[in-house]
Structure formats: structure tokens, C-alpha cells
Design a binder for this molecule. Structure first.
Ligand code: SAM
Length: 190
């Protein structure tokens, strides 16, 4: 029932590393068509399906249109890199803050590996900038990157701001050899 096979990557990461749990507020960047948001809605109990645990919240953002999903709020046709997007996100998140920022964003690939790599690293660095305004202390950021010369730079920036940073290569990603994720936990905040 997932909108896209990418759901299995998040399920695999979450089963192993417990990123999502009932009651958390999640910002899902690059959310279209919505499979990660489906997983997040289930795991944070955004629909209140289980009344015995806290109810979470899911906000998805994408350049593309995202079909409505019960339990999630979407900012469609929205560029995460646009300066006005931060305010829109803050106004939709409960108390303006997220416990978890997910990014499965990917720029339109040009086919020039180094260029695509740099574009995606820049998207992640931009997201790290806005996380200063929206991520709660001790929060988590999970972001996709394509391997290449600047990956270390992103990793180092994450290490400055999070106590625990690891690289993850889900089984479900194995076909796409250049794709990995950084899981950064325990945000130091300001
Ligand atoms: N995780 C999604 C799912 O499970 O349904 C799949 C995400 S897809 C691999 C990558 C998405 O990133 C695309 O839908 C693309 O439009 C989005 N994206 C790329 N650059 C973006 C940006 N600057 N702002 C918002 N979304 C962006």
C-alpha cells in the first residue's frame, strides 16, 4: 500500500535505528509521492490510530504536487531552498519545531555525476542551515546524499552540530550504488 518502493528504505533504517516513535513531529523534505510520509504517519501515530500512545505530526514538502494523505500536512510545489519556505514550515509545525527532519530529496539528475553530487550536497547544507530554526535540541536529521568529493564536508558540518553521526547504506538502496544516508542524532542546538 505504499506509494513508492522508497518506503522500504525508511522502514529498514527505522527498524534498525529507531528514528521515529509515537508522538514525534516530523518534517519530510522531498516528500513526493509520499511513501516516506506514509511510513512516518504510521510510526509517529499521526492519525491517533493507537490511543494508548502519544500522537505525532507529519509535514511533507516537495517541489512537486503531493496527493493528500490522511494524517499528513503537505506543502506542495514548494522549494525547500526558497527563503520564504522556512516561515511556511514554522507556521505549520506544532510550536514551530520538529523532532526529526527527514530528507530523501534528490535534484533532477543531469547525468554529470560530480555536478549532481554537488547539487544534492548543497540541498543538504541548506537544510542544515534551516534546521537551526526548526529542529529541537536532541533532534534527529536523516538525509540522503550521493557519494563524491563534498560528502566529507557535509559529514563534518553534521558532526559539528550533532553528537552522533553515522553513514547508512540501506539494503533497499543497493541498486543505486552512489546513494547513502547520513543519520545525525542528538542535535546540539544553540
Ligand atoms: N521519499 C519520497 C517518497 O518516499 O515518496 C521520494 C522522494 S524522491 C526520491 C525526491 C524528491 O525530492 C522529488 O520528489 C523532488 O521533487 C524533491 N526535491 C528535489 N529538490 C527539492 C527542493 N529543492 N525542494 C523540495 N523538494 C525537492
Amino acid at each position: 500500500h505504499y506509494r513508492c518502493r522508497s518506503a522500504f528504505k525508511l522502514l529498514e533504517i527505522d527498524d534498525k535505528l529507531c528514528v521515529l516513535r509515537p508522538g514525534l513531529s516530523v518534517l519530510d523534505c522531498g516528500a513526493a509521492p509520499g511513501a516516506w510520509s506514509q511510513v512516518a504517519v504510521e510510526r509517529v501515530n499521526a492519525l491517533g490510530t493507537d490511543p494508548s500512545v502519544p500522537m505525532g505530526f507529519v509535514l511533507g514538502v516537495d517541489l512537486l504536487r503531493i496527493s493528500p494523505l490522511e494524517g499528513a500536512v503537505f506543502l506542495s510545489e514548494t522549494d525547500i531552498a526558497d527563503p520564504s519556505t522556512l516561515r511556511a514550515i514554522q507556521s505549520l509545525l506544532p510550536l514551530g519545531k520538529a523532532d526529526v527532519i527527514l530528507s530523501d530529496m534528490a535534484p533532477n539528475a543531469t547525468g554529470i555525476k560530480e555536478l549532481d553530487h554537488q547539487k544534492l550536497i548543497n540541498l543538504c547544507l541548506g537544510l542544515l542551515d534551516i534546521s537551526q530554526s526548526i529542529l529541537k535540541p536532541k533532534g534527529t536529521m536523516l538525509c540522503k546524499f550521493w557519494d563524491g568529493s563534498e560528502a566529507r564536508l557535509l559529514q563534518n558540518r553534521l558532526k559539528e552540530q550533532f553528537q552522533d553521526v553515522r553513514t547508512i547504506k540501506p539494503q533497499a538502496s543497493r541498486k543505486d550504488s552512489a546513494e547513502s544516508y547520513y543519520l545525525a542524532r542528538l542535535y546540539r542546538g544553540k
